[in-house]
Structure formats: structure tokens, C-alpha cells
Design a protein. Structure first.
Length: 112
């Protein structure tokens, strides 16, 4: 019996194909950008919300609304910053443009 072992692509190879990246090194850089952005937002989120007078006692609706209005756009800006620092700005800029188009389409449907 001759069993041939077919190897399936690794997780990183799947990401490389999905994102259309040229090398495994580029995949690592993109993942580092996501990690640095997430860590930065985690560190500055609480001081930012404290500055706006939002704490744990603030109602869930208001906390969530203000979070979406301030922290999520900040995440996008920090993502582009780290994308630039790690030499992956064009990759993240394309993702940002897709996100804006998605939101603008959603808004047009709501306005109709």
C-alpha cells in the first residue's frame, strides 16, 4: 500500500493567498501590524474613554455608541500608521477603501 500524504496549505499560506500577498514575510508583517494596532488601542482606549467621562458605570448604550464613534475610527488611523511603519501601507489602504465603500453602500440603502 502506497499512501501519499497530501499536505494542505498552512494557516499562513491560506492568509497569503486570501490577502494576495507576495511572500510569507509580508504575511508576518501584516500580522505584526494587526498585533501592534490592537495593543496600542488596548492601551489608549481606557484613558481616551476616561477623558470623555465614560467609565464602567456609564450605560451600555452610551458606552457602545461613543466607543463606535471614537475608538473604531482611531483604530483605523492607527492601523494605517503601523501599516506605514512596517512598509505595508498600500495593503491596509486598500482594505480601508473597501471598508469605506461598504459603509457608504450600507448608508445609501438606509437612506433609500
Amino acid at each position: 500500500m502506497n499512501k501519499q500524504k497530501t499536505s494542505s496549505p498552512s494557516f499562513l499560506q491560506k492568509l497569503q493567498a486570501k490577502w494576495g500577498l507576495e511572500s510569507m514575510w509580508q504575511v508576518v508583517l501584516v500580522l505584526l501590524v494587526f498585533a501592534a494596532t490592537g495593543t496600542t488601542i488596548m492601551v489608549i482606549k481606557k484613558p481616551l474613554l476616561d477623558l470623555m467621562g465614560i467609565d464602567m458605570s456609564t450605560g451600555g448604550f452610551w458606552k457602545s455608541t461613543l466607543y463606535f464613534l471614537f475608538v473604531l475610527p482611531l483604530y483605523q488611523i492607527v492601523l494605517l500608521f503601523y501599516g506605514f511603519v512596517f512598509g505595508q501601507f498600500s495593503f491596509f489602504w486598500e482594505k480601508e477603501k473597501k471598508l469605506v465603500r461598504l459603509f457608504s453602500r450600507s448608508r445609501k440603502k438606509v437612506d433609500s
